[in-house]
Design a protein around this ligand. Structure first.
Ligand SMILES: *Cc1c(COP(=O)(O)O)cnc(C)c1O
Length: 228
């Protein structure tokens, strides 16, 4: 077993334990391996250990890695999880499968216009600001429903759900409380008729609390690939 293979197994075990602790089916939580700053060869190693979904923060770095791993393209799912500027949307629309960081309509409109016709619709999540941190990106919770309706209407996007990156909290209960705000908003949007299946919450340090709050996708970098 390689080192990355070992760590992947440890993270998968954490996910199973966290699911069991809250009576959830481990199959209801996907692992997104965040490969930012790590080379294409690390992704190749993780793929050999069974990992499919990979997250990248920086557009240029992500596209370079996707191209370096073109031979594996059909076996990999690439997620853009970093903040997006409107002049960087085209390579994202052309190369990625998912975007987690939609926080305004203009970005979504550009991605929809630029998504090539031969590819399936781009899966997207709205990034929501659930802890009110002024410096944080993400749409305020009270504007999320309106943005979700507008994004869901775009022809070349498929709105999948919500993503949040709360400020680090001191303990499990504090982490869970913030994640729960995203989970409540997720249910509100579903009750309003939006067909969402993804709640992208939790990273290396807080994936247990995120799973306890209802996360369906944890984004894990350090615990899989090592410290950056
Ligand atoms: C880097 C990053 C992660 C992974 O963080 P770790 O603490 O290394 O697990 C998850 N989500 C986003 C948006 C990130 O930028």
């Amino acid at each position: 077993m390689t080192m990355i293979g070992d760590k992947l197994q440890q993270v998968r075990a954490r996910i199973v334990t966290a699911c069991t602790a809250t009576g959830r089916d481990p199959a209801s939580v996907r692992l997104l391996a965040v490969s930012k700053t790590f080379p294409a060869e690390a992704v190749r190693e993780a793929r050999a250990a069974g990992q499919i979904a990979f997250g990248e923060n920086y557009v240029q770095e992500g596209v370079a890695k996707i191209e370096a791993l073109a031979d594996l393209r059909g076996e990999l799912e690439w997620h853009c999880i970093g903040p997006l500027q409107s002049n960087k949307t085209r390579p994202v629309a052309e190369h990625f499968d998912w975007v987690h960081s939609i926080d305004r309509l203009k970005i979504a409109e550009r991605l929809s216009e630029q998504r090539p016709a031969h590819l399936p619709p781009l899966s997207v999540c709205l990034q929501v600001n659930v802890d009110g941190g002024a410096s944080k990106s993400g749409v305020p919770a009270e504007e999320a429903l309106q943005l979700a309706r507008a994004v869901a209407a775009l022809p070349r996007l498929r709105l999948r759900g919500l993503m949040a990156i709360p400020e680090p909290a001191p303990d499990f209960e504090a982490q869970r409380a913030v994640f729960l705000r995203a989970a409540v908003l997720f249910e509100t949007l579903r009750t309003a008729g939006l067909e969402l299946d993804t709640l992208s919450l939790g990273m290396s340090a807080d994936l247990e609390a995120a799973i306890a709050a209802g996360s369906t996708m944890v984004r894990v970098g350090t615990a899989v690939f090592g410290t950056r």
